[in-house]
Design a protein around this ligand. Sequence first.
Ligand SMILES: Cc1cc2nc3c(=O)[nH]c(=O)nc-3n(C[C@H](O)[C@H](O)[C@H](O)COP(=O)(O)OP(=O)(O)OC[C@H]3O[C@@H](n4cnc5c(N)ncnc54)[C@H](O)[C@@H]3O)c2cc1C
Length: 494
Amino acid sequence: MTSFTQHSQRSAQHSSIAIIGSGFSGTMVAVHLLRQASFPLTIYLIEANPAQFARGVAYSTDSACHLLNVPAANMSAFPKDPVHFLRWAKKKEAKGELNVPWQTESNTVTATSFLPRGAYGDYLVELLDNAEHNAVANGVYLERKIDKAVALRIEPKSVMIGLLNGEHLRVQKVVLALGNFPPGDPVIENPVFYQSPRYFSNPWQRGVLQALLKTTSCVLIGSGLTMVDWAITLSNAGYQGVIHTVSRRGVWPQEHKPHKPLAFSLDVHAKSPSVRAWLHEIRRYIRESDCDWRSVIDALRPSIGILWTSLSLVERRRFLRHVRVYWDNHRHRLPPVVAERLNELVRSGQLQKHTGRIFSYQETEQGVEVLIKQRGLATATTLSVSAVVNCSGAESNYRKLNNLFVTCLLSQQSIEPDPLALGLNVGSDGALIYSDGTHSECLYTLGPPQKGMLWETIAVPEIRVQAEQLANTLLTHLPNLTSTVEPLSQLETV
Ligand SMILES: Cc1cc2nc3c(=O)[nH]c(=O)nc-3n(C[C@H](O)[C@H](O)[C@H](O)COP(=O)(O)OP(=O)(O)OC[C@H]3O[C@@H](n4cnc5c(N)ncnc54)[C@H](O)[C@@H]3O)c2cc1C
């Protein structure tokens, strides 16, 4: 534990960076800063949710049935050491410290194993601890702050951050690593239902499982990986009721299967690139080369950013409207063991799939009637259940978020949503772009907020590269000023 005197002395002499959010993105920026900084530096790593420190939303689960959806060989936190995580997992397994209850193909960890997400969280915690320990010799310190950032003000040579506990920090650079937000409530006729205790708007909130286990049937809105997580979590916890899933197109994630890597690319320099032409080309290639479609999707992944930026805004919108759901279900795949469990649940009748749009909820004494309209049909289907869980995926439209800190950033025009409302306007070095087009010299981001800019930016293989690059950028541009901790009274709150 750092003493107050030590802390104050350091604050007076050190450069400082605040990282807000300690999921994979924020934690890995901190790890790289701790490893690379060669001058006195204080890094504040601020996380609102103590259970998510160095883990974020994805890797804070303690359920062993929540598996990574990427094989161990592709989950290294370091782009230059691709098997770092695999080595770590093998070491842990050898010491009997890795619990992999769902390992089916063999009892040992291999490159193709899908390991528990909680184990990945342990890996990140260890990386941060080690980097912190080794950095002290260089005068580089990590200050862990369990608190919520609620306000931010840009000053001529520094940035002030207000924390919920009343403290505020003055630093030179800030990384907004806010990650994935809870899902937004789907538009319906009578949104008053969203106030009901039968409705769970955020599936990741603590206590949802315990509450659901007291119900006799439920609806999961959505058909992506969150829906899959919940169907399996409920069944593993002994849930006896029927689990209904409702989504507009009824498209569920595909399954991972072994496939050969291949060299396939699309013409990024085409005169007027179009989504339709690319789809045509992909389909033709798969048909004629008789390859597994997974090989094509994986081959495209490194060039997705370039492809995306070469599309006009109209074409990107076209992609979102017509192709997104199919891209997502081919790109974000299920580990085979998870796909098998899901199929079992469907075969047993416990998991029931409904295709259509929920347009209304009617609460009754017994529960809630969920009214669903199928495409092209005039009549509605009614499901009578005890609870509804929103598994429709992270809300990306910053203007729709009910979040004090985001409201503050928007009101001061410190952040500017991108034109597709998928995230924020961000430069190639991670600097936020203000509404007048200038690049920030003090605010940066990485990961999910860059979705509008890059499309493929929400998973470890992309974020690990961004984290290393951003740490380099920050260290290059960091002026040697002082940092201080003062009471909140000096900062206007929103
Ligand atoms: C359930 C799930 C499973 C996934 N599985 C995989 C996988 O297997 N492989 C893969 O490659 N990718 C996976 N992903 C993708 C995942 O998004 C990324 O890998 C990565 O974890 C994103 O990290 P992040 O730090 O940007 O965001 P997050 O993990 O969302 O972390 C952001 C953090 O910021 C904190 N925060 C937000 N606002 C504030 C504030 N005002 N003050 C303080 N703290 C704040 C939040 O509490 C949170 O802990 C998964 C995602 C989810 C949601």
